[in-house]
Ligand binder design. Sequence first.
Ligand SMILES: *Cc1c(COP(=O)(O)O)cnc(C)c1O
Length: 357
Amino acid sequence: MLDIRIERTTNPKQKPQVGQPLPFGKIFTDHMFVMNYTDGKGWHDARVIPYQKIALDPSAMVFHYSQTMFEGLKAYLSEDGEPVLFRPDMNAKRANRSNERLCIPKIPEEDFVQAVKAVVQVDQDWIPKEIGTSLYIRPFIIATDEFLGVKPSKTYLFMIILSPSGVYYANGMNPVAIWIEDDYVRAVRGGIGEAKTGGNYAASLIGQVKANQEQYEQVLWLDGIERKYIEEVGSMNIFFKIDGKVMTPQLNGSILPGITRDSVITLCKEWGYEVIEKRISIDEIVEAYQSGKLEEVWGTGTAAVISPVGKLRHEDEVMVINENKIGQLSQKLYDTVTGIQSGKIEDTHGWIQRVND
Ligand SMILES: *Cc1c(COP(=O)(O)O)cnc(C)c1O
């Protein structure tokens, strides 16, 4: 149990109006969670304080060698007006797996969840009320030693900031066009691909820019060695429905283990689908497409939940999936996961945690 000091703002900001557009990640709430780590002392001084800028020395290690990790989850208002979280224990576990890979000290899982709940509780009036909206939660850790040598830092900051976010699909759920990148790679096995850390995103920007220039919205990455096996989309895991079966790349060390991915696998199995986690080559997908067996493709991630894929481009092959329409299973998964989050559908898995307990 953390002993969290709470200091409320005396100068609250204007909250967004009902119906006001909430572009992702641009508006922040009145408070933030902060906790320090010092070698020998451990994590200490847990506090919820007014949202403010932080001062760091230009030599702070995070600026130079990227020793940092982040998480992403959401708080929702359930139908009875209670703020709830979706599987925050999974974020806590994954945070520690990222920490381990990056030589960042771990945070006890229950402390991580307690910290998330504490700051969301203080700012719960910031959770937007319209259906499909949420409060995006961004926990992260940065290395703060003032030193230019390469080694694990001895001091860190753990922070949690909150951003009200609007309906992801403001104009209805629309299939996305995806560019399969065969020049640049994002991650390799043994690298940091399975950790949620900024470096993976830095590596991915150039592919994203290239895809956007070609009028594609997102990038699907292939494996870093043979450039043949499917890995994942920018910030989403990827699923295929082929000849009635559900397939997704197995977690191989270079793919981020998505919590939405895990939830979708669980639901598909319960609904009687055969779910296959394996190495999937791009040739297998093109072949399934050409023989008319590629029925649906969708991405999974906290932000969009389910993102149907309407178009996949690989070299000169442009594959149009399900006539560029939302597939039945994609829609059912979207409705079910968001239904559980809003409390419309019974949570039979223990995925929902109340903030105010
Ligand atoms: C966060 C993330 C995902 C999706 O994970 P969720 O837990 O489902 O939000 C997928 N890929 C990458 C690279 C990510 O950073």
